[in-house]
Design a protein around this ligand. Sequence first.
Ligand SMILES: Cc1cc2nc3c(=O)[nH]c(=O)nc-3n(C[C@H](O)[C@H](O)[C@H](O)COP(=O)(O)O)c2cc1C
Length: 365
Amino acid sequence: MATVDRTQKLLDLFGGTLAVLNAPMAGVTTPAMAAAVCEAGGLGVLAGDLLSPEELRREIQELRRLTDRPFAVNLRARDKEGKSQFFDAPEHREKAQALQRALGDLALDLGLSEHYEAAELPDFEAQLAVLLECRVPVVCVSFGGLREAYADALKEAGVVVFGAATSLREAKVMRSAGVDALIMQGAEAGGPRLNFEKSDEASLVGLMSLIGPAARATGLPVIAAGGIMTGEQAAAALAAGAAGVMLGTALLRSDESAAHPAHKAQLAYVDDTGTVLTRVFSGRLTRVVENGFVEAMREAGLADAGYPNTWRAMAPILAAARAADRADLLELAAGQGAQLARTGSVRSIIEYIGRQCRSTRESTQ
Ligand SMILES: Cc1cc2nc3c(=O)[nH]c(=O)nc-3n(C[C@H](O)[C@H](O)[C@H](O)COP(=O)(O)O)c2cc1C
């Protein structure tokens, strides 16, 4: 299929004119960021993953105040009990309790109680109910496919569903789960690895190896995610078989990004080997700029207490660190392309990448 047809197929799913999505980045993506993408003709995506149903409703309302164009909300797949699908084993719970004990002094330092309460993942069914009630046009799902009952509820309500995958096998699972488009996340990507079928190590496939096979084997429009920082890279992804691109790290330094100023500032100084994969912050493998905290936790043997229990123990610490401007304790999630992240409005960044992409495509035709 020609690129134009692939791209049109994707655009038809949400009524857009530009095949660009912002990545759902918890704590970074704002309604203003998503709205700017929508206003440019792309698909703005809210990071709903970790929001309570009330917060989710407020973000959707805020987005709707800023744009009347279609948008998406991202959620993390859970099992029937509302827990994570993965790694929620009892031994991880014990490790997480040990982690929380080890963090006691740091918690005190940050103004929390030594025995602070662990955070809870939001109630998935309540989140889904908000999306249905608010008639959200597109739902993106990370960390696995939706259970049949949830997927059916969305289909019945006419909601378009996009699913994230990190390997051909996961792409096929997503197709069986009935998604309308795939978000293929390459190993270059910043933030959490979204794999759900194979081990973390086996799921570190580079973006260029993912796109073509996933597009051919599933026949679905593929959105390329991971390391897309320039128009040349976007053009390469389209040439490889993608229908559109997702920008995460490329928007981290934008005016509309809620990333901590120290997080934004750090990106300019990161070279291509400056990011690492760590489980320190959530228990899930996550690509971040390494800082002293990651190193210290690894050296103390506290780097892996499983997901979501590590997240439960760490979330209050990270929130307090952010509130206290403790730049040394931040989770500096970023992709391998971090050094190319531009400052300015989301609109200007998207237009810059769009222009570069068009001229690259014209010059190679
Ligand atoms: C700061 C940051 C936070 C992220 N948080 C999430 C998240 O909460 N949920 C999710 O599905 N993906 C998350 N991601 C991963 C993105 O969905 C996407 O795969 C990635 O940003 C694409 O690679 P890039 O950052 O190189 O553009 C995050 C990425 C970054 C950079």
